[in-house]
Design a protein around this ligand. Structure first.
Ligand code: AMP
Ligand code: MG
Length: 277
């Protein structure tokens, strides 16, 4: 069984979904952090092989309500991974140029190339989330987007992109604590955006919009995982575990060395050798 994997049959009702669940790990926070450190190491070597092999492309999509922990996942799960092979693409309110194009235009240019891991901090899913909740386009426009998105992701997968999507699910109570922190902690105040308070008032609508996203766009070639995210350590652990499992399934290998590589050792320093002879 794959914990938190969304399939057509088991889309959760998010209002009943326990965001503080930690049932898929037998220890508490201390053991969880130790386990995460091990997974960080595994991810580090998997990423190195991915880069060396230069065959697979990996796309990780992160979506969450404000304070849900997208930045925390990027920081903690990828700790130790070589920054040369990992790129973060953050999607904000579209620029004028982006608005002049279709909504997938800015997305497609950021997808990973061979040997690369790209993390989407928000994504094309905003175009059926914030856009739907705030009625930025008519319903008949955003309703068609689930199909576009499934087909777009299918195309990417057919072309060799491994897609993993994470919805980091926090409870409104936990969000309240985190927003309060942002208001009172001088080191976090820079993250505070008064707009987050009005977004919070649309909680139910967002949950409905997320339920539709999960139900309509979790596919075997681009699965969604709904991760309980009230506990940071558990959230990071679950995301890291899923990533490691999925990357291991790719059975990546270092590329074959050049023919007769052993002989090159003796050519390393020919002068020194002839001097010795
Ligand atoms: P943050 O990730 O906190 O820096 O905020 C980025 C903001 O951009 C969020 O409020 C998103 O909802 C918003 N955003 C991202 N993509 C879109 C989009 N396609 N249309 C409208 N707003 C968006
Ligand atoms: Mg924000």
């Amino acid at each position: 069984m794959e914990p938190y994997l969304i399939t057509a049959k088991n889309t959760p009702r998010l209002m009943d979904f326990d965001a503080s669940d930690t049932s898929h790990f037998e220890g508490g926070k201390k053991d969880g952090l130790a386990e995460l450190a091990k997974l960080n190491k595994k991810l580090e070597s998997l990423q190195e092989i991915l880069y060396a092999e230069h065959q697979h492309r990996v796309l990780i999509v992160l979506q969450a309500m404000d304070t849900g922990g997208k930045d925390g996942v990027i920081r903690s799960v990828f700790e130790g991974v070589n920054p040369q092979g990992v790129r973060v693409a953050s999607f904000k309110v579209p620029s004028t140029e982006e608005m002049d194009h279709d909504y997938l235009w800015r997305i497609h240019r950021q997808v990973p190339g061979k040997g690369e891991i790209v993390i989407f901090n928000r994504s094309h899913y905003e175009d059926v989330l914030v856009v739907r909740v705030h009625k930025l386009v008519p319903a008949k426009v955003w309703k068609k987007r689930y199909r576009h998105i499934c087909e777009f992701e299918r195309m990417l997968a057919d072309e060799g992109v491994t897609i993993l999507k994470f919805f980091l699910h926090i409870s409104p109570e936990e969000q309240k604590e985190r927003l309060l922190d942002r208001i009172t902690d001088p080191a976090k105040q820079w993250k505070f955006n008064p707009g987050d308070l009005s977004e919070r008032n649309h909680w139910k609508e967002y949950m409905h919009a997320y339920e539709d996203v999960l139900q309509k766009t979790s596919k075997p070639w681009a699965p969604w995982y709904a991760i309980p995210a009230d506990r940071n350590w558990y959230r990071n652990l679950m995301v890291a575990q899923i990533l490691v499992n999925e990357l291991e399934k790719l059975r990546m290998r270092y590329p074959q060395p050049v023919e007769g590589i052993e002989q090159y050792a003796s050519q390393l320093d020919p002068n020194a050798q002839s001097a010795q002879a």
